[in-house]
Design a protein around this ligand. Sequence first.
Ligand SMILES: Nc1ncnc2c1ncn2[C@@H]1O[C@H](COP(=O)(O)OP(=O)(O)O)[C@@H](O)[C@H]1O
Ligand SMILES: [Mg+2]
Length: 198
Amino acid sequence: MRLYGLTGGIASGKSTVSTMLRELGAQVLDADVIAREVVEPGTPGLAAVAARFPGVLGPDGRLDRAKLGARVFADPTERAALNALVHPLVRQAFLEKVQALAAQGVERVVYDVPLLIEAGLQAGMDGVVLVWVPRPLQKARLMTRDGLDEAAAEARLAAQLPLDSKRPHATWIVDNSGELASTRAQVEQVWRAMLARG
Ligand SMILES: Nc1ncnc2c1ncn2[C@@H]1O[C@H](COP(=O)(O)OP(=O)(O)O)[C@@H](O)[C@H]1O
Ligand SMILES: [Mg+2]
């Protein structure tokens, strides 16, 4: 089983590229989806989070992400405590999914992790795809997609490593600053390279 990371920055085009890879036949696992699954109602993950952060369950028994976010956003100690609870569960769930795919004969998996390089996960990958755009375009697309003003967009960008700093960690860089057709052509090349690696 070969494992490839897919990363970028907020609004750099990870979801766009992930869709293109799926269309080409890639099996893509999404870290954000797994992170939500491990705290679904009834999971040990949700029980652990609710015990450590009282008051973060909504009336429907689901995690109130806005409340939890407000608790950890401005407090690095609380954020670290949350990560220490959730990250091992995400890792375990990810490994189980990879094993299930391997048992089905799947030979390569792409793991979409927005903060892959911030988390140092590139070391465990057989290669990393970085979806890159110039920073002004990243900000413009972020403002348009999420309806943010410039200050709010800047605050979100400032919470991540700049895309230019991620380039040295990438095996393949997809320049998503042009037309979608240009991005698709690059993604096809990356997929062929992954297939060629066996
Ligand atoms: N090549 C492109 N040309 C124009 N718009 C794009 C292109 N790639 C992505 N977008 C748009 O930019 C925004 C961010 O892309 P998205 O794939 O959602 O980024 P991410 O998943 O990295 O946050 C979306 O609104 C998307 O439709
Ligand atoms: Mg996305």
